[in-house]
Design a protein around this ligand. Structure first.
Ligand code: ADP
Ligand code: TRP
Length: 329
C-alpha cells in the first residue's frame, strides 16, 4: 500500500480527517509506504528553506500522530530519484489528451495559478510514484480518483507496449469523512487560507475557532446543524451520543453558535493535545527524524531500483543491465 502527501503547506484538519487519520489506521493491517511528495510541491513552492521546513513538518506530524517507522516506511519522494527517471519513461507512453483532461490541473489554472510544465505533468510523476514500488493499493481522497485512473491507464499501456512490468493498482477511496469545512464555510484548504492546523493551539487556535463564520440566526431560533461549520467540525470529534445531543439542541432553538464553538475548541484540545508534546519532543530531536527519513529512503530505493532495472531492460535503454540482479517480480 502506498500514499503520498504534498508538503505544500502545514497540514490542517481537512488533511487529517480526509487522509492522515486513515493512513495511520491502515498501517496496522498493511505493509505501507508513505512519502512526502517534495517533487510535487516544487511545482508551486520555489523557496528552498520553505520546502525543506514544510517537508520536515509533515514528517513530524506523521510521527507525532503515531506513524510507526519500524513497521511503516516513511520517506521523502526526492530521496528516490529513480522516480523522476521513471516519470520521463512514462511520459513517453502518456497521451497528451489524458493530461489535458486532468481536473486538478484545470482547477489550479482556473484558480489563477500560472502553470509550469511540472504542474501539467504532475499526474505522470504520481503514476511513477505508485508504479515504481509495484503498489497494489493506494488510499486517497475522492479528489485523487482521476489521478489513480490515469496511473492504471499508463500502467496498462506500458505493459502492452513493453511486456508485463507493472502491477495495475487499485484506489482505495477514503470516504469516511465528507469534505471538512474551513473557518469560512468553504472546503478547508490552504488555497483558501481558511484552515485550522492539526497542531495549532492556545490563543491563535481559540481566535480561529471563535471566529468561525456563522449565519445571523438569533439565539432563540431553531438552526440547521447540517449547514453549520461549528457543528460539522464538532461531529468529527464528538462521540455519537454527544453529536445527537447537539443536533437536538440546534433544531430546538435557544442555543447560540458560541456554545458549539467553545465545545469544538475543547474537543480539538482533547483530541490533539496528547500529540502536541510528542511533536515538540520530535522537533527537539531533528537527528532522529532525519534518521527515520534516511532509513525510509533506503528501504524505498531497495524496492524501486530492481523495478527500474527491469524497466531499463524492457525499454531497451539498457540491455543486460546488472544480469545478476534480474527483476523477479
Ligand atoms: P489543500 O486543499 O489544503 O491544498 P491537499 O490538496 O494537499 O490540501 O490535500 C491532501 C489530501 O488531504 C487530499 O487528497 C484530501 O484527501 C485531503 N483533504 C484536503 N482538504 C480536505 C478537506 N477539506 N476535507 C477532506 N479531505 C481533505
Ligand atoms: N497528488 C496527491 C495529493 O495532492 C499527492 C500524491 C503524490 C500522491 N503522489 C502520490 C498520492 C502517489 C498517492 C499516491 O494529495
Amino acid at each position: 500500500m502506498l500514499s503520498g502527501i504534498q508538503p505544500s503547506g502545514r497540514l490542517h484538519l481537512g488533511n487529517y480527517f480526509g487522509a492522515l487519520r486513515q493512513h495511520l489506521e491502515l498501517q496496522r493491517e498493511n505493509e505501507a509506504f508513505y512519502f512526502i511528495a517534495s517533487y510535487h510541491a516544487l511545482t508551486t513552492i520555489h523557496d528552498a528553506i520553505e520546502l525543506r521546513d514544510l517537508t520536515n513538518a509533515v514528517a513530524l506530524d506523521y510521527l507525532a500522530l503515531g506513524l510507526d517507522p519500524e513497521k511503516t516506511t516513511l520517506f521523502r519522494q526526492a530521496d528516490v530519484p529513480q522516480v523522476t527517471e521513471l516519470c520521463w519513461i512514462l511520459s513517453c507512453v502518456t497521451p497528451m489528451g489524458m493530461l489535458e483532461r486532468a481536473v486538478s490541473y484545470k482547477d489550479k489554472v482556473a484558480q489563477g495559478l500560472s502553470p509550469n510544465h511540472g504542474l501539467f505533468a504532475y499526474p505522470v510523476l504520481q503514476a511513477a510514484d505508485i508504479l515504481i514500488y509495484l503498489s497494489e493499493l493506494v488510499p486517497v481522497g475522492q479528489d485523487q480518483k482521476q489521478h489513480i485512473e490515469m496511473t492504471r491507464d499508463i500502467a496498462v499501456k506500458f505493459n502492452n507496449e513493453f511486456g508485463k512490468t507493472f502491477v495495475v493498482p487499485e484506489a482505495r477511496i477514503l470516504e469516511s469523512t465528507a469534505v471538512v469545512p474551513g473557518v469560512d464555510g468553504r472546503k478547508m484548504s490552504k488555497s483558501y487560507d481558511n484552515q485550522i492546523g492539526i497542531f495549532e493551539e492556545g490563543k491563535p487556535l481559540k481566535k480561529k475557532v471563535m471566529g468561525i463564520v456563522t449565519d445571523p440566526t438569533p439565539v432563540e431560533e431553531p438552526k440547521d446543524p447540517e449547514t453549520s461549520t461549528p457543528f460539522l467540525l464538532l461531529r468529527l470529534m464528538a462521540d455519537s451520543a454527544e453529536t445527537a445531543e447537539w443536533e437536538t439542541r440546534y433544531r430546538a432553538g435557544g442555543m447560540g453558535y458560541g456554545e458549539a464553538k467553545k465545545r469544538l475548541l475543547e474537543l480539538i484540545d482533547e483530541n490533539f493535545g496528547p500529540y502536541r508534546e510528542r511533536r515538540k519532543e520530535l522537533a527537539d530531536n531533528p537527528a532522529y527524524v532525519e534518521e527515520v527519513l534516511v532509513e525510509g529512503g533506503r528501504r524505498a530505493r531497495a524496492v524501486a531500483e530492481p523495478v527500474m532495472e527491469r524497466v531499463r531492460e524492457a525499454t531497451g535503454l539498457q540491455i543486460g543491465y546488472a544480469p545478476d540482479k534480474r527483476f523477479t517480480g
